[in-house]
Design a protein around this ligand. Structure first.
Ligand SMILES: Cc1cc2nc3c(=O)[nH]c(=O)nc-3n(C[C@H](O)[C@H](O)[C@H](O)COP(=O)(O)OP(=O)(O)OC[C@H]3O[C@@H](n4cnc5c(N)ncnc54)[C@H](O)[C@@H]3O)c2cc1C
Length: 452
């Protein structure tokens, strides 16, 4: 008989959740984690004495969110910060136009109205799209229609909206707009406020994983199905169990970093090949003093000044120090990974100086991520690449044969690319192993009781 009932591969949100649920149900569970830390793409740097979330920061929409229920049950402090999604307006945003000049309130309101009109045309174009159409195709059709209207917007404004749509895809999916399927943002809905975690988001997987048998720095290389279950080969030994839950990121599966014996069946291998893994990187800049206006949640540059670095979020409330967070995603995100930290920060500061001039001091600290170069994620999160569909996410969960299960953000079609999706997928994998539903309220209560 194998030594373990279940081996969970990966100690991120999905793996920690599945492992804890199974251990709570009385199973002998082993978690194998390649990195020297728990949390995966939830990773908080606390070295400076405050929290800097290098991976996920937000719960995107707390209404009807099981993740929000968990965060509340565990008494995690949160700060409301409803601008994590890429919106034209909705919250106070300091907009700058194509000449780098601050827009008036009326100009910003007009911009939001223009984007809303374009979004309606885009929705229509998506509904009429045919298989194989990219998000770029439908965007161009929508903008083309707007250009030919009697009350057409001027070409400069159309270009700004085009740029906005491109940036939205890059931020939501980490992908170039021409690589995303026309339906790639269909599931991108946010219900309710968004929140961030001043103590750091990775507290969540750490508390879930507390007390589990987690072996860090164990890189899984091969998974073989054998007569009585699975043999999992790592760089530090071989482990056996009745079944395994694989939670490594889609990027790791796409890179072929784990060999499966026998090879994965088409029902799982094809979605792995079809879905895309995007790159989304963060750059935090901390300044000696604040130079942007009070009350603005975000700063946004339209047109040419915002071609690359275009959106800055004021995250000072988390550290108590003047700090802006900006993103580099898609092709630009891959480019930024090739720059030194000095060069990337200097480039972002130069973009800010086009808006605020010499009022922008040199930053006193910075943090920059390179998720696309990380061998244990090979990217930031999954997306519906051209030719794939949201069904591919759920198909990826398997189980291929009841012994080999998959979980992780990429396996949850309703809310992929999120911590909420990872959490739900971990719970689903545990349910499939146990053959019965799990009670997430009791799960949270169990974590609290064990900490008391
Ligand atoms: C920069 C960034 C910002 C984000 N922002 C948000 C946000 O604000 N809100 C949100 O909801 N989501 C956000 N996300 C997405 C969110 O972080 C992920 O969806 C979620 O954390 C994924 O959890 P997971 O368990 O599926 O995968 P992971 O957290 O990646 O866990 C998988 C684990 O498998 C391990 N592993 C990999 N290969 C091996 C191997 N060969 N052997 C053993 N172990 C291995 C990894 O080290 C990792 O610990 C962001 C992601 C990034 C990168």
């Amino acid at each position: 008989m194998p030594e373990f009932d279940t081996i969970v591969i990966g100690a991120g949100m999905s793996g920690a959740t599945a492992a804890r649920l199974l251990a709570d149900a009385g199973q002998r569970v082993l978690v194998l984690e390649a990195r020297n830390r728990i949390g995966g793409r939830m990773h908080t740097d606390r070295e400076a004495g405050f929290s800097v979330d290098l991976g996920a920061s937000w719960i995107h929409g707390i209404d009807d969110s099981r993740l929000w229920e968990l965060a509340q049950a565990l008494d995690l402090p949160t700060i409301e910060f409803t601008v994590g999604s890429f919106q034209a307006g909705g919250r106070p945003i300091a907009d700058f136009d194509g000449t780098g000049s601050r827009m008036s309130a009326a100009e910003s309101a007009q911009w939001v109205a223009d984007v809303e009109m374009a979004d309606r045309a885009l929705e229509e174009a998506i509904s009429r799209s045919t298989p194989g159409d990219t998000y770029l195709d439908v965007t161009e059709r929508a903008l083309d229609g707007l250009e030919r209207r009697e009350d057409a917007l001027d070409p400069e404004r159309i270009d700004e909206i085009r740029e906005f749509f491109r940036h939205r895809v890059e931020e939501q999916c980490g992908a170039w707009i021409g690589d995303l399927d026309a339906h790639g943002l269909d599931e991108d809905t946010i219900d309710g406020d968004e929140v961030v975690f001043p103590r750091g988001y990775d507290e969540l997987p750490h508390r879930i994983a507390a007390g589990l048998d987690v072996r860090l720095e164990h890189v899984v290389r091969r998974i073989a199905r054998v007569a009585d279950g699975v043999r999992v080969e790592t760089d530090r030994g071989v482990f056996a169990a009745a079944q395994t839950i694989v939670t490594v990121p889609l990027g790791v599966l796409k890179a072929g970093a784990i060999a499966f014996e026998p090879p994965l069946p088409a029902e799982v291998a094809d979605p792995i090949a079809r879905l895309g893994m995007g790159v989304f990187n963060k750059l935090f800049l901390q300044f000696p003093e604040r130079f942007w206006e009070d009350g603005a949640y975000a700063i946004r540059a339209l047109g040419e000044p915002g071609e690359h670095w275009h959106s800055w979020y004021d995250v000072s409330a988390i550290s108590g120090r003047p700090t802006l967070l900006t993103f580099a995603a898609g092709p630009f995100g891959r480019h930024v990974q090739t720059l030194t930290d000095d060069a990337a920060a200097a480039d972002a500061v130069a973009a800010l100086r086009r808006l605020y001039g010499e009022a922008v001091p040199d930053p006193i600290a910075r943090w920059i991520t390179r998720w696309g170069e990380d061998p244990f994620s090979h990217g930031s999160y999954s997306h519906v690449a051209t030719g794939s569909s949201h069904h591919d996410h759920d198909a990826l969960a398997g189980p291929a044969d009841g012994v080999l299960h998959f979980a992780g953000e990429a396996t949850w079609g309703e809310e992929p690319a999120t911590v909420g999706g990872a959490y739900a997928s971990g719970a689903r994998a545990a349910e499939r192993v146990l053959g019965r539903p799990v009670d997430l309220a009791a799960f949270a209560e169990g974590i609290r009781r064990s900490e008391a």
